[in-house]
Write a protein that binds this ligand. Structure first.
Ligand code: PMP
Length: 440
């Protein structure tokens, strides 16, 4: 065990030995309520019998057949199921093994699409400052997180970063929500004019920003304007739903609530629900056909793409999210969670904002609620909250860092959709305990 890289620190971590519903148990028998589904992964909880049965069944039949030679029954079923529920014209699926891989595939697919169309000068991407798209070099390039990018900056593809749609800090006091959405979306137009729209491949964004911001949805109208701008200049819109997709926000795809269809969308995390590592990229037939009728194949691939056991698990997950009613449950219980958070922390002097959709909620922690002044970075408030919550038996996902140019702290909650009202009460009580112990 001592040879496993620790994830975040040199401190020894407890060993997780068992999961049951919304709880994880460590080797000492301590019970933790999984208030963030890991990092928005475990949408079904930890012991779903149907997903486990699907994994066992596929392992017994054929665990692996290389995609250079074969497709598999679960891969075909999963692709059909995703397409049946995907918005608009997203009807081609590429299966990978995680979120960064899905984003990486999307970036390369978009580049290859323009190559096939004889537009090799398009090499640039535009993304947003408040975003995380993964840790591989391409995905890292599009993410807006400066401290993650800095050590690798010379090795990254050229990406410009514009403002996120971040109402809490971005909207002026005398500005309507709609005017704010359009103003911030129009930064895309300004940036396109600055660098030349013909040099740009795509705009990349999370519909609801997760890890870097704590469940920040765009205001109504923002993504419609973004879509218009992309169409006007013939650039692609790539939406990264690795964290916010798969029912997390109360609809299977988060962008359904923004009323738009991207050209490419990425999903992962909740797709495998933690039972298997898997991700997917969906794109339009237009993009796929340009490649199929051009050079004939997508210049990409990994050994484990479309892994049969991972696909069998994901197929069972998506079936539960759609036919099993769990996406609706995310919407319903998400509203209960929102109300419980507002009751408990709506007047808390250090909680500046409570936001999100479905079972994807964020609280922004501030030193002063009136002025929205963040805590000083050296106070590392998010780390203290994380440790205090863990001590109290709650897994939540506090993050700090630069929030659209300002340093700040937030707590991300992304519990399993199966959470009961009593467990929502337990989550809020434990978070309250953590705040009492950790906030200055
Ligand atoms: N995109 C988003 C929006 C994410 O939140 C993440 C993971 N936090 C990724 C991509 C990368 O996914 P993975 O860690 O599975 O590579």
């Amino acid at each position: 065990m001592t040879h496993v890289f620790p994830r975040h620190s040199r401190a020894r971590m407890p060993i997780a030995v068992r999961g049951e519903g919304a709880y994880i148990f460590d080797a000492d028998g301590k019970q933790y309520l999984d208030g963030s589904g890991g990092a928005a992964v475990s949408c079904l909880g930890h012991s779903d019998p149907d997903v486990i049965a699907a994994i066992k069944q596929q392992a017994d039949r054929i665990p692996f057949a290389h995609t250079g030679f074969f497709s598999s029954e679960p891969a075909e079923r999963l692709a059909d199921r995703l397409i049946a529920h995907a918005p608009g014209t997203l009807d081609r699926v590429y299966l990978v093994s995680g979120g960064s891989e899905a984003v990486e595939a999307a970036l390369k697919l978009a580049r290859q699409y323009f190559l096939e169309r004889g537009e090799p000068q398009r090499t640039r991407f535009i993304a947003r400052r408040q975003s995380y798209h993964g840790n591989t070099l391409g995905a890292l390039a599009t993410g807006g997180n400066e401290w993650r990018r800095a050590p690798f900056a010379p090795m990254l593809i050229e990406t410009s970063h514009i403002s996120p749609c971040y109402e809490y800090r971005g909207r002026a006091a005398d500005e309507t929500q709609e005017a704010y959405g359009l103003r911030v979306a129009d930064e895309l137009e300004t940036e396109l004019q600055r660098i030349g729209p013909d040099n740009v491949i795509a705009f990349v964004a999370e519909p609801v920003v997760g890890a870097t911001a704590g469940a920040v949805p765009a205001v109504p109208g923002y993504f419609k304007r973004v879509r218009e701008i992309c169409d006007r200049h013939g650039i692609l819109l790539i939406l990264d739903e690795v964290m916010c997709g798969m029912g997390r926000t109360g609809t299977l795809f988060a962008c359904e609530q923004d009323g738009i269809t991207p050209d490419i969308v990425t999903v992962a995390k909740g797709l495998g629900a933690g039972y298997q590592p898997i991700g997917a990229m969906l794109c339009t037939a237009e993009i796929y056909d340009a490649i199929a009728q051009g050079s004939g194949f997508f210049q990409h691939g990994h050994t484990y793409i479309g892994h049969p056991i991972a696909c069998a698990a994901a197929d069972a997950v998506v079936q539960k999210l759609t036919e099993g009613g769990l996406t609706e449950r995310s919407a319903r219980m998400g509203a209960v969670l929102d109300e419980a958070l507002r009751d408990a922390f709506g007047q808390h002097p250090n909680v500046g904002d409570i936001r999100g959709r479905g079972m994807f909620r964020g609280l922004e922690l501030v030193a002063d609620r009136e002025t929205k002044t963040p805590f000083a970075p050296e106070q590392a408030v998010h780390k203290a909250v994380k440790a205090a919550a863990f001590e109290a038996g709650l897994i939540c996902y506090p993050m700090g860092g630069t929030i659209d140019g300002q340093t700040g702290d937030h707590v991300l909650l992304a519990p399993p959709f199966i959470l009961t009202e009593a467990q929502i009460g337990e989550l809020v009580d434990k978070l309250d305990t953590a705040f009492r112990a950790a906030l200055p």
